[in-house]
Design a protein around this ligand. Sequence first.
Ligand SMILES: Cc1cc2nc3c(=O)[nH]c(=O)nc-3n(C[C@H](O)[C@H](O)[C@H](O)COP(=O)(O)OP(=O)(O)OC[C@H]3O[C@@H](n4cnc5c(N)ncnc54)[C@H](O)[C@@H]3O)c2cc1C
Length: 460
Amino acid sequence: MIEAANYCNHSRDRHIVIIGNGISGITCARTIRKRDHHAKITIISGESQHFYSRTALMYLYMGHMRYENVKPYEDFFWEKNRFSLIHDWVTKVDLAEKKLFFKQSTDITYDILIIATGSIPKKFGWKGEELSGVQGFYGLQDLNEMEVNTKDIKHATVVGGGLIGIELCEMLHSRDISVTFLVKDKHFWGSVLPEEEGSLVDRHIREHGVDLRLSTTMEAMEGEGNGKVSRIKTDKGETINTQFVGLAIGVTPNVALFQNTSLEIETGVLVDPYFRTNIPNVFAIGDCAEFREKPDENRKNIEQVWYTGRMHGETLGYNLTSDKAHTYQPGVWFNSAKFFDIEYQTYGKVPATLEEKMGSFYWEHPNGKIGFRITFDAKTQAILGVNALGLRVSHEFFDCAINNQWKINKVMARLNEADFDPEFFDSHITSILQAYNHRFGTQITHKKLSFWSRLTGTSL
Ligand SMILES: Cc1cc2nc3c(=O)[nH]c(=O)nc-3n(C[C@H](O)[C@H](O)[C@H](O)COP(=O)(O)OP(=O)(O)OC[C@H]3O[C@@H](n4cnc5c(N)ncnc54)[C@H](O)[C@@H]3O)c2cc1C
């Protein structure tokens, strides 16, 4: 904990400028405004006038939602809370003069600068990447481009077997466009999912009619001379005719604006646990920030998910408005996603390849669509993490179990408390326990839960 005086400019009429109106920038702005009614707060974004939910972009393309539905706040919210919005691109930053320059708007000065510029899709440098019909997928401009690029096409290719790759497959599939999905690993999301979970998702992807090609990478994209992509070549020597290529090989911090400035950058903007950069009164949060040291041994230096952006924003917003500054405390890692119809949740540590001294128990439903894994420390038996696919488990339960290092047998004995499937869904907890008892020779039974403890989770 450090004193405010050592943290930043706390003057009453300070001008706080945030570049980026994503979840991290907006959460920070809201946290500051709740606690400081005087500061002038300016939020800048070249992408959109207002904050919207990036995670819902796919549903706009699929027609499940309209743009108005993905804006968490009404348009009057910003003025009511005295946020000045600048819808423009910052083109240059003068860190010595504390000044920002824009593509169109007049330059402004700041007292405190918060960099929340998010990520950009990675590019690999493939031959043909510049052809029209080849694109990444990150923001509203990409969504518009995709509308144009996929109009009346019959076939698309998606490259990159991760979360955005599978979203692109689902989006294209929803418009009856046949899809080839190139995944370089032996199974889907090979850098994150263990083989069983990855294979479960592979089957599901194929059931939806997607032409999934595992252990396959793209060599080049080619056109017919009209500047449009018309085929790709794979490392297996195949040629696939296609009219669209979605590149989804990951994202990287969006820091181009600060190259060749005195701001220290590695892959992202380097920050300490208080989100301070090397320049006084300049902070970085969200996807674009890179911790000089991991916030926890099980976390990464760069965190690029929605809820961590929110937590970064909250922590910094609090620190900028209090007498004492606190370090970022991320807690137990979690994440969730949906792979076509299969929901996925993960808590704690479940690496793609089991580490030495790590035990693991995996159960899969005979229908091959539901899977559950627990990892634990082979020596102490303490639970390390959980993967759930096709069934819902309680975040609160596993947060508590992992934080308190419950032994695996205790977790299994209380697994019925983790059952979070909606009412009238089949529960798989008993089958999981039976399989566990069979594998480890235990005779664990579930204790009966009262209606009240089920309702309130008080037995935790
Ligand atoms: C398609 C997609 C689906 C996703 N789904 C999930 C999910 O299901 N769950 C999950 O946890 N995470 C998901 N993510 C990741 C999550 O959305 C990001 O981690 C999060 O949005 C990052 O928030 P941020 O505030 O750091 O940056 P961003 O949301 O990227 O916001 C940064 C903003 O800064 C603006 N900006 C950048 N540079 C400038 C400049 N020079 N001038 C002006 N403005 C600038 C950008 O235009 C952008 O609007 C998804 C990401 C994508 C792309």
